[in-house]
Ligand binder design. Structure first.
Ligand SMILES: Nc1ncnc2c1ncn2[C@@H]1O[C@H](COP(=O)(O)OP(=O)(O)OP(=O)(O)O)[C@@H](O)[C@H]1O
Ligand SMILES: Cc1ncc(COP(=O)(O)O)c(N)n1
Length: 276
């Protein structure tokens, strides 16, 4: 029997584990797989979590996180990477150092701070480190409504606020960095703006709108979106196309969200295989 050598783009997720399989690393790897991108991972922490919320968080040591990133990059190599839940200052400093040292390009930073269920997913003193050390190395950052409020210092209640926040965040981080764009996500908004995102790249302010999906099962939408952007960058798409296509993907996955557990279920990553 002859074997075929298959080449495939590689993406890395640096994120926390969600035992419920709805957010974090598990979601990232499913999203990479859907896009036919080989997924690699560096676990930052282990959450005991389900559709109702986060019960417990255990951090990895920063040395363990560094070793995972090096093991992947030095042997396999990555075309794109994303960060999710980084939890504490030590881990953020370690990840930022490795991104610089290993020259990891096409970095998507999902500045995970607060979960949809209200659980705090980062230590208070770590937010400044995230802003100073990691975010400036990102090609794009993807804050949700609450993270955008923290990063911009603005209360966000309408589309105009989202637009102003995107501009403020971009201007704050682009001074000394290579960050190309900010995407403020609207899953946490209400009314007509729910599910509407705002993109700003220093020149173009765009509103990204697909269809609004009526579902309570939205756990992990942010992780899915940032992982899909990462997969698209690994596939060689330009940043804007990567974001637009990722937005379409998350909308389709939301349309097939999974009614599991007693709380907020996850999205259906492999929707073409699911029967309505
Ligand atoms: N009901 C909805 N209908 C359509 N799109 C939605 C809906 N809810 C969220 N989205 C989209 O999902 C993506 C993720 O945004 P969201 O604001 O939910 O991120 P997040 O809060 O980081 O997600 P999570 O923390 O749940 O992983 C965005 O593109 C957003 O517009
Ligand atoms: C490990 C991990 N990473 C990220 C999130 C954010 O996702 P959500 O806001 O949907 O809970 C999470 N809950 N858990």
């Amino acid at each position: 029997m002859t074997t075929t050598k298959t080449s495939i783009p590689i993406a890395l997720t640096i994120a926390g584990s969600d035992s419920g399989g709805g957010a974090g690393m598990q979601t990232d790897l499913k999203t990479f797989a859907f896009h036919c991108v080989h997924g690699t991972s560096a676990i930052t922490c282990i959450t005991a979590q389900n559709t109702l919320g986060v019960v417990r968080v255990d951090a990895m040591t920063s040395d363990a996180v560094i070793a995972q990133i090096r093991a992947v990059v030095e042997d396999i190599g990555v075309q794109a990477a994303k960060t999710g839940m980084l939890l504490n200052q030590e881990i953020i400093t370690a990840v930022a150092g490795e991104v610089t040292a290993l020259q990891i390009n096409n970095l998507v930073v999902d500045p995970v701070m607060v979960s949809r269920t209200g659980a705090q997913l980062i230590d208070d003193d770590a937010i400044q480190t995230l802003c100073n050390q990691l975010i400036p190395q990102a090609a794009i950052i993807t804050p949700n409504r609450y993270e955008a409020e923290i990063l911009s210092g603005l209360e966000i209640v309408c589309l105009e606020d989202m637009q102003t926040a995107a501009e403020i965040i971009y201007r704050n981080i682009s001074k000394n960095s290579g960050t190309k764009a900010v995407l403020v996500k609207g899953g946490g908004m209400s009314g007509d703006v729910k599910g509407v995102d705002v993109w700003f790249n220093g020149e173009r302010l765009e509103v990204l709108k697909t269809k609004q999906v009526e579902t309570k099962n939205t756990h992990g939408t942010g992780c899915t979106l940032s992982a899909a952007i990462t997969a698209n960058l690994a596939l060689g798409k330009d940043l804007w196309t990567a974001v637009k296509d990722a937005k379409e993907y998350v909308t389709s996955a939301l349309s097939y969200s999974l009614d599991i557990g007693q709380g907020q279920g996850p999205v259906g990553h492999f929707f073409p295989l699911l029967e309505k």
